[in-house]
Design a binder for this molecule. Structure first.
Ligand code: SF4
Length: 261
């Protein structure tokens, strides 16, 4: 997409372009699980992320649960690999949409409470392995861990089916600024403590690449995990993005601006 003084134009990347870098987050979260990308079923790729994660970071647990729906295939893969059974420990409201793009912290937090309801009879007294697709700010994770404990979970072990997100995206995905990304500022252990989990582990980049059927990672962008952008990010763009992200968002939803994160 190009926007300049003569207007707005879009063009397709030619099939024979010398370099391609598809967003790996499409595989992890954005695209529907029934999609096929680069010849690979995203449902199968996500399930494989769960299997890889189970090999890299197994846990003694009584039950595997997830945050529906984006974490479900990875949780199923994790359960298959560990032999711990999968249950629906959280039920998702059909009427509340993506909370991480809500314009204020207060709205995100209340949205999370309304969005997920814990199943007490599944969780009570259980050592829970909670598999999720990713952590951005940690806000959702902390709320969910609190809810699980309130519902009687004896232990909560978080397993994240993607590597830590440490860098902003300059290619058009609205994730968050670096100072809001919990993994950019804290170690794996610290993130676990901050979200209130008994343990927390991420999938490695190598495990992610294997799950995507592309062990070398060629043809994909992993920059929000590695900081290695597929194109040079002009310094001015970086400065503009950071400056825009410092805009305070009003607390009142009626006057809230879309959050530039
Ligand atoms: S930086 Fe992350 S979100 Fe942005 S295009 Fe690359 S993989 Fe996708």
């Amino acid at each position: 997409m190009t926007i300049d003084s003569s207007g707005m134009r879009s063009s397709r990347i030619p099939a024979d372009a010398p370099k391609r870098a598809m967003c790996s987050f499409e595989f992890i979260y954005f695209a529907r699980p029934d999609s096929v990308m680069q010849g690979r079923s995203l449902y199968e790729a996500r399930r494989q992320m769960g299997r890889e994660l189970a090999r890299e970071a197994p846990v003694d647990a009584d039950v595997v649960i997830t945050l529906p729906d984006s974490g479900t295939p990875a949780a199923i893969g994790f359960a298959e690999e560990t032999g711990v059974h999968f249950e629906e420990g959280m039920i998702k409201s059909r009427y509340i949409t993506r909370t991480f793009i809500q314009p204020s912290q207060r709205l995100r937090e209340s949205g999370i409470r309304l969005k997920f309801n814990p199943m007490r009879h599944v969780l009570e007294g259980q050592r829970v392995a909670l598999v999720d697709d990713s952590i951005v700010r940690g806000t959702t994770s902390k709320r969910i861990v609190d809810e699980l404990r309130r519902a009687g979970a004896a232990e909560v072990h978080m397993r994240i089916a993607s590597p830590p997100i440490m860098w902003p995206c300059f290619m058009g995905i609205d994730i968050a600024s670096r100072n809001e990304l919990i993994a950019a500022n804290h170690s794996e252990e610290e993130v676990g403590r901050l979200v209130g989990a008994d343990s927390l582990r991420y999938l490695s980049i190598a495990g992610l690449r294997r799950s995507m059927g592309d062990p070398d990672g060629r043809g994909f962008c992993f920059a929000c995990f590695t900081g290695d952008y597929p194109v040079r990010v002009p310094q001015q763009l970086e400065m503009d993005k950071m400056a825009m992200e410092r805009v305070d968002v009003p607390a009142e939803p009626s006057r809230a601006l879309p959050q530039l994160t």
